[in-house]
Design a protein around this ligand. Structure first.
Ligand code: SAM
Length: 219
């Protein structure tokens, strides 16, 4: 099976389940025109995040890794009107594009984009105002630090998702190594003895390839 078939399959399913969306189309176009890399979640994954946020009734969401705000907008649409999304982004240009896109989507009052290294932004967040849902999708070598901070900041019963943890099966390939794969492996090794969460990995194939995410709940 190839990327072409996975793309055809995504497009087929999306054509029944996900209506055409002028705002998200404009967001994708902006991201492309501003030279952002094509590494946002897929349409179907964006909607899945939206549905998860609604299913869990999450009111306060934290995202690590904004890019142009594509996933952020799907998440922001899922939180109630008195809810909020805090999204952390290192690159000021990505953050600027995201801020424009979030305005375009009419979500500026719900979503705050925090610019800077996520480790520093996270350190400033207070666990006295916990989050219900955390989506980790930034630099993969820092996965374990982000996960540890997410555990500190999420309420008991809250959800932590870590994206891109399968990486074409390379994470499980003993012959393969790079910084991203090692970042995922460090997280997995830490999770083996972690009594604070229950977690599972779900592999996915999509128009963005063969990958997967970790879904964890805070005990
Ligand atoms: N969640 C986005 C989406 O699906 O639309 C995609 C995020 S993209 C995969 C990863 C983002 O993390 C990039 O915009 C990158 O600039 C950002 N990033 C990389 N290192 C970071 C760091 N140390 N702190 C915060 N953000 C970082």
């Amino acid at each position: 099976t190839s990327l072409e078939e996975w793309t055809r399959s995504d497009e087929y399913h999306n054509s029944f389940l996900i209506p055409k969306d002028d705002i998200l189309d404009a967001v994708v176009k902006n991201n492309h025109e501003q030279g952002l890399p094509d590494i946002a979640v897929t349409v179907a994954q964006g909607k899945f995040l939206n549905l998860l946020v609604k299913t869990t009734g999450a009111k306060r969401v934290l995202e690590i890794g904004t890019l142009g705000g594509y996933s952020t907008i799907w998440i922001g649409r899922g939180v109630p009107s008195d809810g909020s999304v805090t999204t952390l982004e290192l690159n000021p240009q990505h953050a600027k594009v995201a801020t424009d896109n979030i305005k375009l989507a009419g979500l500026a009052d719900k979503i705050s984009v925090v610019v800077g290294p996520a480790v520093e932004s996270l350190a400033k967040l207070d666990a006295k105002e916990p989050f219900d849902f955390v989506f980790i999708d930034a630099d993969k070598p820092s996965n374990l630090i982000y996960f540890t901070e997410a555990k500190r900041l999420v309420r008991p019963g809250g959800v932590i998702i870590v994206d891109n943890v399968v990486r074409y099966g390379r994470v499980a390939d003993p012959e393969y190594s790079d910084n991203n794969v090692e970042g995922v492996r460090r997280l997995l090794h830490a999770l083996k003895d972690d009594q604070d969460v229950e977690a599972t990995t779900i592999g996915t194939v999509s128009e963005k390839g063969y990958d997967g995410f970790i879904y964890a709940i805070r005990k």
